[in-house]
Design a binder for this molecule. Structure first.
Ligand code: IPD
Length: 280
């Protein structure tokens, strides 16, 4: 487990250096569209940049050297087979690609390692803030800074849903967004406030650090949550996850919340219909 954790931190940190180096080369002096460096995926507003593609290559090449026997699922290149058996790395080279394009400093490299579909270690590197969040199953979660200091992460102590700062996000398709918008309009009067940070992996790390009290979103893919949800859970969050082999199209809800609100917050989400999947 320690060895897997070490590899997750090492490859995610190296990939984050690549992302940091390449952003000014690709986007400075151009529009947010990066002069041909951006293409669309599932919808015209769902982007992939050359840096997403390159960074997944960086991760895959490192893992091929360090862990040649293991399977890999990556956001940009997918996986060779759908099996959950054995050791599998789940990679998001840039989570928060829209922020990355626009220069909003909230995007991350996310690397999880799963055994039989269960995340056992993970690292999320906040590229702009140079923070390395990581966790190993049963061993707690930490954040490490560039000066080498490391802190244990713990969720907030909030006990009242009406005082909950809730991070959420939206899919890229307009039909799902319409339902997500309706759910948010039901939740907004019941919580302290809502944040749309733009990176689910960072939302989950912020639940872990207590920077927000809860996160929920429909239709996340395993690479969005596989590392961040472990980090949140190891920091004490109550998490409710899609199946390990779920696809974004199935639209299942991902929820992570501080333990003091979990029962009440789940009840609020249930009554808003927010625990039901929103296929899209
Ligand atoms: C996206 C981010 C965003 C979430 C979207 C994800 P991407 O990932 O995590 O916060 O709301 O659902 O797709 O596309 O930037 O890797």
């Amino acid at each position: 487990m320690d060895a897997l954790h070490e590899v997750a931190v090492r490859v995610a940190t190296r990939a984050a250096e690549h992302v940091r180096l390449r952003r000014p080369q690709v986007f400075d002096g151009t529009s947010n569209e990066g002069d041909g460096a951006v293409q669309s995926k599932s919808t015209p507003t769902d982007p992939v940049t050359v840096v997403d593609t390159e960074t997944e290559r960086v991760l895959r090449e490192m893992l091929a050297q360090l862990r040649p026997e293991d399977a890999i699922l990556g956001e940009e290149e997918g996986s060779e087979d759908d099996s959950l058996d054995g050791v599998r790395w789940v990679l998001d080279p840039i989570d928060g690609t829209v922020n990355f394009m626009y220069g909003i400093p909230a995007y991350a490299v996310s690397v999880a390692v799963q055994i039989d579909g269960v995340s056992v270690a993970g690292a999320v590197v906040d590229v702009a803030r140079e923070l390395v969040y990581s966790a190993a199953l049963g061993r707690g979660a930490t954040v490490q800074r560039t000066d080498g200091t490391r802190e244990h992460l713990a969720c907030s102590g909030v006990t009242d849903v009406s005082m909950t700062l809730l991070a959420t996000g939206f899919g890229y398709g307009s039909r799902r967004r319409a339902v997500q918008g309706a759910i948010i309009s039901e939740l907004l009067p019941q919580v302290r406030d809502i944040r749309r940070i733009g990176s689910a992996a960072l939302d989950l790390c912020m639940v872990a650090s207590g920077a927000v009290d809860a996160h929920f979103e429909h239709g996340l893919s395993p690479w969005d949550w596989a590392a961040g949800a472990l980090i949140a859970a190891e920091a004490g969050a109550v998490v409710r996850l899609p199946a390990a082999n779920s696809t974004s199209a199935q639209g299942a809800a991902t929820v992570a919340m501080a333990p003091g609100i979990s029962d009440d917050f789940l009840a609020v989400l249930r009554s808003a219909g927010a625990l039901d999947p929103i296929p899209g």
